[in-house]
Design a protein around this ligand. Structure first.
Ligand SMILES: Cc1cc2nc3c(=O)[nH]c(=O)nc-3n(C[C@H](O)[C@H](O)[C@H](O)COP(=O)(O)O)c2cc1C
Length: 175
């Protein structure tokens, strides 16, 4: 069964991006499995000196997560006009070992209208650089009031957009 890895670019406990991904997991149809990657903050700062044969445990966990994924869905805030450093660090860890090479990827942008464009631009640049296959990039704002106590987005228009997004992903992965 096709598997989606969901990776948030935010380490914030009440992150709207993480909540969006949790909602995607909850809405996933029967034919898709999902997992929410929780190791972003555990990754050491990338260094080209690291031995790929003897990875840090957090790097090994990232590699295993990506290897198990048929498609990776990111959702990230914009920090200072670009990606949060922690997500760029995660992506840097994939360069030398080509974990995202030709891997289908998508990302959601849940920022308010007119915000978050710098994160989109950097995602496109970096995911292009690592030769990932960008298949979708829905932009659907999530207001903090639309997130319930369990960290699920309750806004129906958002949920409808994510159901349609998941249908497109399922179709893409059935090819
Ligand atoms: C350090 C920092 C830098 C930020 N820089 C930007 C920015 O450049 N552009 C922007 O639209 N929002 C910026 N924001 C706002 C966040 O993108 C926004 O709060 C977002 O909802 C956080 O995502 P999260 O809820 O998933 O943690 C910044 C927030 C922080 C903490």
């Amino acid at each position: 069964m096709p598997h989606l890895s969901l990776i948030s670019g935010s380490t914030r406990a009440q992150s709207s991006n993480t909540c969006a991904l949790r909602t995607i997991a909850a809405l996933a149809p029967d034919g898709l499995t999902t997992s929410l990657f929780d190791g972003l903050a555990d990754l050491p700062a990338f260094t080209p000196d690291a031995d790929p044969e003897r990875p840090h445990p957090a790097v090994a966990a990232l590699r295993a997560d990506l290897a198990a994924a048929d498609l990776v869905v990111f959702s990230t805030p914009e920090y200072a006009g670009t990606l949060p450093g922690s997500l760029k660090n995660l992506l840097d860890w994939t360069v030398g070992t080509a974990d995202l090479y030709e891997k289908p990827v998508a990302w959601t942008n849940v920022a308010a209208p007119g915000r978050g464009g710098g994160a989109d631009e950097t995602m496109e640049l970096v995911l292009g650089y690592v030769s990932a296959e960008i298949v979708d990039r829905p932009r659907v704002p999530v207001a903090r009031e639309a997130i319930d106590a369990d960290g699920i987005v309750t806004d129906e228009p958002f949920r409808d957009e994510m159901r349609a997004f998941l249908d497109r992903i399922a179709t893409r992965l059935s090819r």
